[in-house]
Design a protein around this ligand. Structure first.
Ligand code: GTP
Ligand code: MG
Length: 620
């Protein structure tokens, strides 16, 4: 977060505004001062917070009321300067300057203000007594500082505080009247605490605290500092430390303490590292990092992504039974603003008796990454990926595959996630086909009474390699619409084998969308457990496929476990992986032969490279 900071100095005439600016710049007290100093810009690298800073003077003698208002509107922070030796200039803070700066309340967020008591060389005591009531009256006053342009006391501090008031404002974090953190701040810190509590025991162990410290500040805490932190918390909050671990109460107390001691940049660093912006909401930069996905490419989680989401799974699988119960799933959802996965989840991925096994969980991540990578990035953001993995953004967890056109040219794909559209007339058994892919027979109790799911995802082995296959049910009507999206890696054209009349629809979809394209197609004849129906006059499905040099229709049934055939899914995945082998003129037998040869080829290559490796090692 880098931006310019614009500091405006206001106050009664002769309080020393111009002198303060010139003292800062010249590092000595100017004997003579003009009414108004020129605007000065301090380059980023010489300021403590490394942001370009502009300092703007005001002179009643030289500027009109309109010009003053314009400057106030442009300022990020206003220093109201008074003269510690002139009580009247203090009174004017309340009656004139603050109303002028933040008077119109409808102006939205208030400009932070710093009270600056100049000429401290002229007064023995402090002006605090007069200033404190003003500070408690106006919450937008960040802090006050006494200084002297004459003997250069607190000059650079004053500008540092002003800069800090802009970059790390107190107001969103802390309510000075109630002397406690604001609710939004508590909420954000609670989420951060949950993300950092890796074993979910509601407390941060030394190890977890160190990991947290490292991801926020780049280095772990020294052992003594760790003990000191716990001692301070222990002394001040009952239950702040439990069994030598920092609890949420303790963590919140620590942050309150930082702020009360004027170290709110510490809390801001934590919040920003976990993606929060000035309004304590996760920023768009954080939730939606740039990721370029050219047309024709797909998105998959890579090794880092799977590793991360699996770690999250293991954290929430509190009973270590390899699956998430509804309660465990809720705990997983707790760091999201709303449940990330809806009621369709049990219909889309393999589940086990109402629980979500790791396999189904990974399937769900794969599905979201493929269908809606922006949402996936957002979810990874809520889970703290960039912070916990110490990466610039969660885009690090995503692989963008090469263009499909290149896959088609090479006749092979590197994709691990393949999309199959399941097309067919109403009632042919598309939804049952999707559920069968998840291992569910016809008549198995639906885990959710909702609408049938559009997607089902599971893994299949192709050439000894695990691939994710997404089945997408396409309603009969949508493919007849004006501009349907028929694109996919393989098309499954389904008709009801007991009602061959339903074939005509499939055939017309094939002719309209796939006949001239490169997408491999497989006709599936469903309800194979029922007696075959009588074909209407014209081409039979088998003849149609022969004519179009397509594999013969594959029979399928999900009526009983014995009849549940999973071979068709493997076949679809293989066709999607090797489109040129599956396409057109090849008969299914030769297709399988080529696939088998492919496996042998891969094995030979592996053996060869292993031998080469051994030869290399031996010659060393
Ligand atoms: P206007 O431009 O009229 O609004 O005044 P200003 O706020 O810019 O004040 P300026 O810097 O011109 O200073 C006013 C007088 O106070 C000058 O005579 C300064 O020398 C003197 N002065 C400024 N700062 C200090 C200080 O820290 N200590 C003392 N003793 N005198 C100061
Ligand atoms: Mg002046």
């Amino acid at each position: 977060m880098k931006r310019d900071v614009r500091i405006l100095l206001l106050g009664e005439a002769q309080v020393g505004k111009t002198s303060l600016i010139l003292s800062l710049v010249g590092e000595e007290f100017p004997a003579e001062v003009p009414p108004r100093a020129e605007e000065i810009t301090i380059p980023a690298d010489v300021t403590p917070e490394k942001v370009p800073t502009h300092i703007v003077d005001y002179s009643e003698a030289e500027q009109t009321a309109e010009e003053l208002q314009e400057e106030i509107d442009k300022a990020n922070v206003v220093c109201v300067v008074y003269d510690v030796s002139e009580e009247a200039t203090i009174e004017k803070i309340r009656t004139k300057w603050i109303p002028l700066v933040n008077g119109g309340t409808e102006r939205g967020p208030r400009v932070p203000i710093i009270l600056v008591g100049n000429k401290s060389d002229l007064r023995a005591g402090s002006s605090m007594e007069a200033v404190l009531p003003i500070m408690s009256q106006f919450p937008e006053i960040e802090t006050c500082v006494e200084c002297s342009a004459k003997n250069l006391r607190n000059i650079s501090e004053l500008f540092y505080y002003a800069q800090k008031a802009v970059l790390h404002p107190t107001a969103p974090l802390y309510d000075p009247e109630a002397k406690q953190l604001r609710p939004a701040c508590v909420q954000a810190l609670t989420r951060i605490f949950r993300l950092s509590d890796q074993d979910l025991d509601q407390a941060l162990s030394d190890e977890e605290l160190n990991a947290f410290q490292k991801s926020c500040f780049g280095h772990p805490l020294a052992p003594q500092a760790l003990e000191d932190v716990k001692t301070v918390v222990c002394k001040n909050v009952a239950g702040g430390v439990r069994e030598d671990r920092l609890t949420l109460d303790g963590f919140l107390f620590l942050n309150t303490l930082f702020i009360q001691r004027g170290r709110h940049e510490t809390t801001w660093t934590i919040l920003r590292r976990f993606g929060y912006g000035d309004t304590l909401e996760l920023t768009l930069d954080y939730l939606a990092p740039p990721l370029h996905v050219p047309p024709g490419c797909s998105t998959e989680l890579n090794h880092f992504g799977y590793q991360f989401v699996q770690r999250v799974f293991e954290k929430h699988d509190q009973d270590h039974d390899g699956s998430l119960s509804p309660v465990e799933l809720d705990s997983f959802f707790s760091v999201f603003p709303a449940a990330p996965w809806g009621s369709q989840l049990p219909l889309e991925v393999p589940t086990e008796a109402g629980r979500l096994p790791l396999h189904g969980y990974l399937c769900q991540w794969t599905l979201v990454t493929y269908l809606d990578v922006r949402r996936c990035l957002e979810h990874l953001g809520y889970l703290g990926y960039p912070t916990l993995c110490e990466r610039d953004s969660q885009a690090h967890a995503i692989t963008v595959t090469r263009e499909k056109r290149l896959d088609q040219e090479k006749g092979q794909t590197q994709r691990n996630v393949l999309l199959c559209k399941v097309v067919g007339a109403r009632g042919v058994g598309k939804s049952a086909f999707l559920q069968a892919f998840l291992g569910r027979r016809l008549g198995d109790r639906r885990e959710s009474p909702e609408e049938p799911a559009v997607y089902a995802i599971n893994t299949v082995q192709v050439n000894g390699q695990e691939k994710y296959l997404i089945l997408c049910e396409v309603s009969a009507d949508s493919l007849l619409a004006a501009a349907p999206d028929a694109a996919c890696d393989v098309a499954c054209l389904m008709f009801d084998g007991s009602d061959p009349g339903s074939f005509a629809f499939c055939a017309s979809v094939y002719k309209r969308h796939y006949m001239d394209g490169q997408t491999p197609c497989l006709f599936v004849s469903s309800k194979a457990d029922l007696p075959e129906g009588i074909s209407p006059p014209g081409l039979s499905p088998a003849e149609f496929c022969r004519r179009h040099r397509l594999p013969a229709p594959a029979p399928f049934s999900c009526a009983s476990p014995a009849k549940l055939s999973t071979a068709v899914f493997t076949r679809l995945a293989a066709m999607a992986t090797f489109p040129h082998l599956a396409h057109g003129e090849l008969h299914s037998t030769s297709f399988w032969l080529r696939v088998t040869l492919g496996v042998i080829g891969a094995a030979v290559t592996a053996v060869l490279s292993f031998s080469l490796y051994r030869a290399l090692v031996k010659t060393r």
